[in-house]
Design a binder for this molecule. Structure first.
Ligand SMILES: Nc1nc2c(ncn2[C@@H]2O[C@H](COP(=O)(O)OP(=O)(O)OP(=O)(O)O)[C@@H](O)[C@H]2O)c(=O)[nH]1
Ligand SMILES: [Mg+2]
Length: 458
């Protein structure tokens, strides 16, 4: 029932634009198109040829509603694998709604959000992780997130998960065969091999799990906090990076009171950057709250930009901040390089191992180098240049953690020399968790595997 009805929706945004696309998918698509579409000659089309574009008009009760291009895609060669009609109409809100209404009056149902992709998945055109990547592609806010989503969309994660699942499936099948047919399958010494295989798979899963933080940073943005004493130029840097007068800048120490957050895209990476109140001992209640807030937001930061005014000597407060950031990802920015220098990079090196860079927020010098440094820190050049799969999806992370846990159980059972059917249960769990990532079903395929690989047909 679910798959046989015909759905429709406006697939482009609902703001007036040059062109809008309305999609119809399902068995009734072509019939509906025949009923509402006239060629420019005035004739109706009874049979649309697949993968052809038709020029004509949408009509309602003989009245012309819009001039359109209509694309016909016959099953299975369409996004959903069903008969599909795409109507390129004018992108006005009213005209699109009117065409949609006509299509609905001819028997189509309004699609639920994501239903075209859901059908593509249910009809086997893509697996679950690929379907999930479709929304990631749409929601990507920077180039690296987009590259990674495209990789997932084209099956890179699926490939990796399948490979690991195949290895696990082989071992499950081996154990089951041996338990069924002990005369022909010898399990002595088997645990040593299984232990090695389990370690290998676990290593791969653990590195996938670790990639999640990188993935989160890529898709959500680097949570960056600018920290430093008052008047060192923190707000000036924020304004420079956002390209706007976002924060108030004055030569009065203690100008910024509240934490100020901005999203920016820099060299293809997203940054969620927070300008904070200058750190100092203060009796001003409001400023004190601001200082506490600054330190609090720095606690969960992916990156701290500690700023120092290089035209002033380093003091106790700077040293306290060095200590505060010692276990964190940080860059020390020696600002105001345009002024007479009282602090050099070497002076700062006595206090911290972090990367130190000279900049001038006023003259905008050293900024490109500093931006390049951030890319180097967070991408290590990997994502663009090789096929490494990076995890970005919480659901996938959860399933991978569960499968690691199950494989740890396998290792425990091996160490405790538990019987093989025990081990087999945890292997199956790991196999199922991974299969849930790609949306595959367990059960029958394991049985098929036993027959195909181990030739039991005797
Ligand atoms: N010469 C020079 N002056 C700078 C530079 N960067 C900032 N300033 C000046 O330093 C003063 C303080 O700048 P802000 O950006 O407000 O400093 P802040 O760190 O945000 O200060 P608080 O909000 O008080 O903590 C302003 O007068 C800026 O114009 C720089 O690179 N060179
Ligand atoms: Mg400020």
């Amino acid at each position: 029932m679910y798959l046989s009805d015909t759905i429709t929706a406006i697939s482009t945004g609902m703001n007036n634009a040059g062109i809008g696309i309305i999609r119809i998918s399902g068995e009734g698509s072509f019939k509906i198109a025949s009923a509402i579409f006239r060629l420019s000659s005035g004739k109706s089309v009874n049979t649309f040829e697949s993968h052809r574009v038709y020029y004509g008009f949408i009509t309602d009760d003989g009245k012309t509603v819009d001039e359109v291009l209509l694309i016909a895609l016959r099953s299975p060669k369409s996004y959903t694998t069903e008969d599909t009609i795409e109507i390129d109409c004018h992108g006005g809100n009213l005209v699109m709604r009117r065409i949609l209404k006509i299509i609905l009056s001819k028997g189509a149902r309004l699609a639920e959000p994501g239903e075209f992709t859901k059908r593509a998945f249910l009809n086997g055109r893509m697996d679950l992780s690929e379907a999930e990547a479709v929304t990631d592609v749409i929601n990507s806010s920077n180039e690296y997130a987009l590259n990674n989503s495209i990789k997932q969309l084209t099956g890179k994660l699926t490939e990796k998960i399948r490979l690991l699942r195949d290895k696990i499936k082989y071992e499950i099948a081996y154990i089951e065969s041996a338990l069924d047919d002990p005369e022909h399958y010898d399990l002595s010494g088997y645990y040593l091999r299984l232990s090695n295989v389990t370690d290998e798979i676990c290593d791969e899963l653990v590195s996938l799990k670790k990639s999640f933080n990188e993935g989160r940073i890529i898709s959500e943005g680097i949570n960056t906090v600018i920290l430093g004493k008052p008047n060192v130029g923190k707000s000036s840097l924020l304004n420079l990076l956002t390209g706007e007068e976002t924060a108030i800048v004055t030569d009065i120490a203690g100008t910024t009171r509240d934490a100020l957050k901005q999203d920016i895209v820099m060299n293809g990476l997203s940054l969620k950057i927070t300008d904070t109140a200058g750190i100092r001992e203060t009796d001003d209640i409001i400023e004190k709250i601001g200082v506490d807030k600054a330190l609090e937001s720095a606690k969960d930061a992916d990156l701290i930009l500690m700023m120092i005014d290089s035209s002033e000597e380093i003091d106790e407060t700077d040293i306290k901040i060095f200590d505060f950031i010692k276990d964190k990802n940080a860059i020390i920015l020696l600002n105001k390089s345009d002024l007479k220098q009282k602090v050099s990079e070497n002076d700062v090196k006595k206090f911290t191992q972090k990367c130190i860079m000279s900049i001038s927020a006023k003259d905008e010098t050293g900024i490109e180098e500093f931006k390049a440094k951030i890319n180097e820190m967070f991408l290590k050049g990997t994502i663009d240049y090789n096929d490494e799969v990076i995890l970005t999806n919480e659901r996938h992370l959860y399933l991978i953690e569960n499968s690691i846990q199950s494989l740890e159980e396998v290792k425990n059972s091996i160490s405790a020399e538990m019987p093989e059917d025990f081990v087999s249960i945890d292997l199956k769990n790991a196999y199922e968790y991974l299969g849930t990532i790609t949306g595959e079903q367990t059960g029958d395929d394991i049985i098929d595997e036993i027959f195909s690989k181990f030739c039991m047909g005797k």
